[in-house]
Design a protein around this ligand. Structure first.
Ligand code: FEO
Length: 399
C-alpha cells in the first residue's frame, strides 16, 4: 500500500513473477501489476480489486488500511478476473456493500461469479457524491470489453482508466517519472498493439469525448503498471497517434523455415530492400524462435510486412500460421504486405499467406516470390530484385 495523495491510496499487487497473461496469449517479460485504489473522502470507495490468486493477500493489506465495514461502495470499472478476482472473498466479508458498475458490468459479474450482489448500474455522466469530491463515470464500451468504464475523481483530477493507458510492467516505483521511459514506452506500445488495436476507432472517439469534457487531469491511474503522474496526457496523446493507423519507417520480415531455404530468401530480400533504401528500418524474425506478442508489436510499427514460409503438407508452417491468425483478429489498417517461400513440389505457401493477409486487411502488393528447393545464385538474385521492388513500393508510400 502507498498513499498517492491525502485521499487516495494504491492497494494492489505487483506481480513480478508473471510471464504469461490471458492464459498463454500475452507475454509479460516485465511482469505486471493489478492496481486497486482506495478513496477515503467522507465516503470510502474501493476501485477495482486484484486477480484471484492474490485475493487473500489483498484483503489482508486492505484491512491494514481501512476497516472493511467503512467501505461504502466498490467500483468495478471492468469485470475481467484480473481486476474482479478478489470480489468473492471480499463480498463474503462485506456482503451488503453495493457494487457500482455499468449495466454490462452487472451482467458480466453475474456471469462470472453467479452471486446476488447488490449492484448499481451507472452510465456516462452519472456521479457519486463522496463529500468533498465526486466521482464521475464514463462508460468505455469495448475498450476493451463491453463492460469497461473509467471513473474520474473531481477535485483531485484523477482518472481511474482501468485497462486503458495500462502496461504490463512491474516496478517498485509506481510512477511514470520514476521508471526507465524507454521500458515504459515499450510496454505501453506492446499493450496497445496486442490488446487495443482492434478497437482503435473507438479509442479515438472515446479520447475525443474525454478531451471535450475539458476536465483537469493531474494523474491517470490505470489498472496495470505505473501511474501517469508527470505530464499524464502524454499517454493520451500517444494513444491518439497509435489509434490512427500508426506506422514507422519500418519493414518487418517474418518467416518460418525447415532447412533454411526460406531463411536465405528472407535475408536476401532484406539485402535487396537495403540496396535500394538505406534509411528504412528492416527487422527479420524467425516466428518459431520469437515471442509472438513482440512480433505483433513490430507489425504494429511497420509500413510493410513481408511474410514467408516453406510449404509443408500443402500448407504453411505452424508458427507463421499462429501469427497470421493473430493478425486476422487484430485488424491492422493501412499496411502493405508481400509474401515469399521455398517449396519442393506443390508450393502452396505463398498463395495461402497472401490470401490470409489480404482477408485480414493488408494490401498485398504483388504475386509474391516462391522458389524451388534451396536458392542458388540466380535464386538469391531474384530475392534481391524482389527486395528492390518492395523498397520502391515502400518509398512510393512515404508522405
Ligand atoms: Fe486487465 Fe481487461 O483486464
Amino acid at each position: 500500500m502507498f498513499q498517492i495523495n491525502d485521499k487516495v491510496a494504491w492497494i494492489g499487487k505487483i506481480d513480478w513473477e508473471l510471464r504469461r497473461f490471458h492464459g498463454d496469449e500475452y507475454s509479460t517479460h516485465r511482469g505486471s501489476s493489478y492496481n486497486s485504489y482506495l478513496i477515503q473522502d467522507q465516503k470510502t470507495v474501493l476501485i477495482d480489486t486484484v486477480w484471484t490468486p492474490f485475493a487473500k493477500e489483498y484483503i489482508t493489506n486492505l484491512k491494514k488500511t481501512t476497516d472493511l465495514k467503512r467501505i461504502d461502495y466498490i467500483i468495478v470499472n471492468h469485470s475481467e478476473v484480473d481486476h474482479s478476482g478478489a470480489l468473492p472473498e471480499l463480498m463474503r466479508l462485506i456482503p451488503e456493500t453495493p457494487i457500482i458498475c455499468t449495466e454490462n458490468g452487472a451482467k458480466l459479474l453475474k456471469a462470472h461469479y453467479h452471486e446476488d450482489w447488490k449492484m448499481i448500474a451507472v452510465k456516462t455522466g452519472d456521479t457519486l457524491d463522496l463529500g468533498e469530491n465526486k466521482l464521475y463515470f464514463v462508460e468505455a464500451r469495448m475498450l476493451h470489453w463491453p463492460d469497461s468504464m473509467m471513473t474520474y475523481l473531481t477535485g483531485e483530477g484523477i482518472l481511474f482508466s482501468n485497462d486503458a493507458f495500462g502496461q504490463h510492467f512491474a516496478s517498485e516505483h509506481m510512477y511514470n517519472d520514476k521508471v526507465d521511459p524507454s521500458e515504459l514506452y515499450q510496454e505501453a506500445l506492446k499493450y496497445y498493439a496486442n490488446i487495443l488495436t482492434p478497437f482503435s476507432a473507438l479509442v479515438t472517439k472515446k479520447i475525443e469525448e474525454l478531451l471535450s469534457l475539458k476536465i483537469p487531469v493531474s494523474m491517470i491511474c490505470p489498472s496495470h503498471g505505473v501511474i501517469w503522474r508527470e505530464d499524464p496526457l502524454q499517454i493520451v496523446n500517444q494513444y491518439i497517434k497509435w489509434a490512427k493507423g500508426y506506422k514507422e519507417n519500418q519493414v518487418t520480415i517474418l518467416y518460418d523455415t525447415m532447412w533454411n531455404a526460406t531463411r536465405t530468401m528472407a535475408e536476401s530480400i532484406a539485402a535487396g530492400i537495403k540496396e535500394k533504401d538505406n534509411n528504412v528500418t528492416i527487422k527479420i524474425f524467425n516466428c518459431s524462435h520469437t515471442d509472438k506478442n513482440d512480433i505483433i508489436t513490430e507489425i504494429f510499427k511497420s509500413r510493410m510486412v513481408v511474410m514467408g514460409s516453406s510449404t509443408i503438407n500443402r500448407g504453411i508452417l505452424s508458427a507463421l500460421a499462429a501469427i497470421l491468425e493473430m493478425t486476422k483478429g487484430l485488424g491492422f489498417k493501412k499496411k502493405k504486405a508481400a509474401v515469399f517461400g521455398s517449396y519442393g513440389w506443390s508450393g502452396e505457401s505463398t498463395k495461402i499467406i497472401a490470401e490470409t493477409l489480404s482477408a485480414s486487411g493488408f494490401e498485398v502488393v504483388n504475386e509474391g516470390l516462391k522458389l524451388l528447393w534451396t536458392p542458388d545464385e540466380e535464386g538469391i538474385g531474384k530475392c534481391k530484385t524482389f527486395g528492390n521492388e518492395l523498397a520502391d513500393t515502400i518509398n512510393a508510400q512515404l508522405p
